[in-house]
Design a binder for this molecule. Structure first.
Ligand code: UT7
Length: 334
């Protein structure tokens, strides 16, 4: 079977920074509470004229340049998002147009903050099966548009951004194993009530207070602590690896306490764990892609390194990918 690997990575973060001090002026909170409970110091907020497709396209262009692949070589675009610009067309189609990737199929995927992992797993299977040759995976969310800025229990957590990668065939290494799961009985733990078609026009398309994030924070926290460890161990088992093989662990960046608990369960010391939650907060489907792109830029990922990427999110969903980082030599251009 053909192997799939990551050829290039990219990210896009809005310029505007919202600090904990800014939030102290908006709701009854403190830098001390946010820092100790979440590890977050600041997050990025999209400008009012930024769209999810804009951020996704910026991240995608960076990933294409990093992979040395042109837009017309891409034959599949998968965008993971819970904040698409419109019900339809898919954000991936808007991205396709912005990139000029006219030879590509395009679809969106909704799996909450696990979306990047789900999209990466789909991309790998598209390459492995021979369906596709160059797949663009993008995680993007503009959660600031669905955040209730008067609710201190959620508004301090989230930020906006996009992370992307180009997936192509590799001669060895690459994506070693994937694992995805879901528990829809936990759907009411983290949700936005207004679905595009859920309410009839007579009820109004955006009933007051129905278009914001609702979250049972503590229950999601307990689920996250359990599932991040479980999913990582399961993907390691599928890849025939153990946690000592992990050069870098790149978890969904939701809360430093969740990251620390997962790292502890795997017996990983801090040099093997990538953290940027302090700078961006929880960017949902974008978080793992942004983290991977930063880790590469910081020289923390080298050919031959084994990585585990793991996420959890609304659905409830979870997913993990184990991969061996490949260099240019391992790209299969045939
Ligand atoms: O990608 C998936 C997205 N979701 C998540 O990752 C969320 C997972 N959950 C968490 O990260 C944590 O549960 C939170 C950070 C959301 C909350 O931390 P916690 O340690 O579970 O706190 P808590 O909800 O048990 O609240 C503790 C106290 C409460 O006060 P009382 O009832 O004890 O008097 C809250 O009202 O902290 C209060 N509180 C705050 N205080 C100051 C909640 N939010 C704030 C705030 N500032 N922003």
């Amino acid at each position: 079977m053909r192997k799939a690997g990551i050829w290039g990575v990219g990210r896009a973060l809005p310029e505007r920074v919202l600090t904990n001090a800014d939030l102290e002026r908006m709701v009854d909170t403190s830098d001390e509470w946010i820092t100790t409970r979440t590890g977050i110091k600041e997050r990025r907020i999209a400008a009012s004229n930024d769209t999810a497709a804009d951020l996704a396209s910026e991240a995608a262009k960076a990933a294409l340049a990093d992979a040395d692949v042109t837009a017309d070589e891409i034959d599949m675009i998968i965008v993971a998002t819970v904040t698409p610009d419109m019900p339809f067309p898919a954000t991936s189609c808007l991205v396709q147009a912005q990139l000029g990737a006219q030879n590509s199929a395009a679809f969106d995927l909704s799996a909450g903050c696990s979306g990047f992992i789900y999209a990466l797993a789909m991309a790998a299977s598209c390459i492995e099966s021979g369906l596709s040759r160059r797949v663009l995976v993008i995680g993007v969310d503009i959660l600031s548009r669905i955040t209730d800025w008067s609710d201190r229990t959620t508004c301090v957590l989230f930020g906006d951004g996009a992370g992307a990668c180009v997936v192509g065939p590799v001669s060895r290494g690459g994506i070693l194993a994937t694992y995805m799961g879901a528990d829809g009985t936990g759907g009411d733990k983290l949700y936005v009530p207004t679905a595009y078609f859920r309410y009839s026009p007579s009820e109004g398309t955006r009933p007051a207070k129905k278009h914001h994030i609702y979250m049972a924070g503590n229950e999601v926290f307990k689920f996250a602590v359990r599932i991040m460890g479980d999913a990582s161990l399961e993907v390691l088992r599928r890849a025939g690896l153990s946690s000592e093989d992990i050069a870098l662990f790149i978890p969904h960046q939701a809360n430093i306490r969740i990251i620390d608990a997962a790292a502890k369960r795997l017996g990983l010391s801090s040099e093997h764990v990538f953290v940027n939650v302090h700078k961006y907060g929880n960017t949902s489907a974008a978080s793992i892609g942004i983290a991977l792109s930063e880790a590469v830029d910081q020289g923390r990922v080298n050919p031959g390194d084994r990585l585990v990427l793991v996420g959890f999110g609304a659905g409830l969903t979870w997913g993990a990918v184990a991969l061996e980082w490949t260099g240019i030599k391992e790209r299969d251009l045939a």
